[in-house]
Design a protein around this ligand. Structure first.
Ligand SMILES: Nc1ncnc2c1ncn2[C@@H]1O[C@H](COP(=O)(O)OP(=O)(O)O)[C@@H](O)[C@H]1O
Ligand SMILES: [Mg+2]
Length: 234
């Protein structure tokens, strides 16, 4: 059997002396969509930052395609095809949509053609000459996902991509992410919108106080109102 594309093995991560992740185990197979759920402060963003090498684990291992990364940096992860779209949208406000995409493509040897990005996000083509700061929240979010996609990630990690967006925009973005998933894109998605997230995902992990408290099929968690009530409802 192939090694999972991403594997966290008993990962412990700290902020200074504060123990944020406790023995986190997590696997993502090629082609899977995995939801990472949990209340505010549960450790979801910390998990993604640990994977990216922004916050190296104090113990445990992060493996990409079976290879353990000893002291990974975000650049190492990018080279291995792991891209994170962080909570705070990272686009250049003073540059146009097209310039934002070109710059993102620079760090990749074989980037996606911009035309392919515009096929995924037709709205970005319409707005291609607009400066980043004049885009709506939804368009900015599309652009930050597009900046990751242009590097043809093997693994795309989205941290609360629907946060702060109007429901109709959330529906449009959901459709785009669902399309990417159908085309075989491997995705880890963190979301507060549990129902939307579980409709996209194949499997789900629930974190609470930095620990994995649930792991299973997304459709099972959708029916598991007790787990949702204990760990997810506000
Ligand atoms: N930069 C930081 N310094 C210290 N503690 C932090 C920092 N960022 C997050 N934490 C703490 O780590 C825990 C997990 O946070 P986080 O991963 O951001 O949660 P989530 O993304 O699930 O809302 C929380 O208790 C939070 O207060
Ligand atoms: Mg977070």
């Amino acid at each position: 059997m192939n090694a999972p594309l991403l594997e966290l093995d008993s990962v412990n991560t700290y902020y200074g002396e504060s123990h944020a992740l406790h023995d986190v185990r997590l696997r993502v197979a090629e082609g899977e969509v995995v939801a990472l759920l949990g209340r505010n402060g549960a450790g979801k963003s910390t998990t993604l930052k640990t994977v990216m090498g922004v916050l190296p684990p104090r113990s445990g291992a992060v493996r990409v395609a079976g290879e353990t990364l000893a002291a990974p940096t975000p650049e190492d992860l990018a080279r291995r095809g792991v891209q994170l779209v962080p909570e705070e949208r990272r686009i250049f406000g003073g540059l146009s949509v097209e310039e934002n995409l070109s710059i993102a493509a620079l760090s990749c040897a074989t980037p996606m053609p911009v035309s392919e990005i515009y096929r995924i996000f037709p709205r970005l083509q319409e707005r291609r000459r607009s400066l980043g700061r004049f885009l709506s929240g939804g368009e900015q979010q599309m652009l930050s996902i597009a900046r990751a996609m242009i590097r043809r990630p093997r693994l795309l990690m989205l941290d609360e991509p629907f946060e702060g967006l109007a429901p109709i925009i959330v529906q449009a973005l959901l459709a785009v992410v669902a399309d990417l998933a159908r085309q075989g894109q491997t995705i880890v998605i963190v979301e507060q919108n549990v129902e939307a997230c579980l409709r996209l995902a194949d499997r789900a992990y629930v974190l609470s106080n930095g620990q994995v408290v649930y792991e299973g099929r997304a459709e099972d968690l959708r029916e598991d109102h007790e787990t949702q009530r204990r760990y997810l409802s506000v």
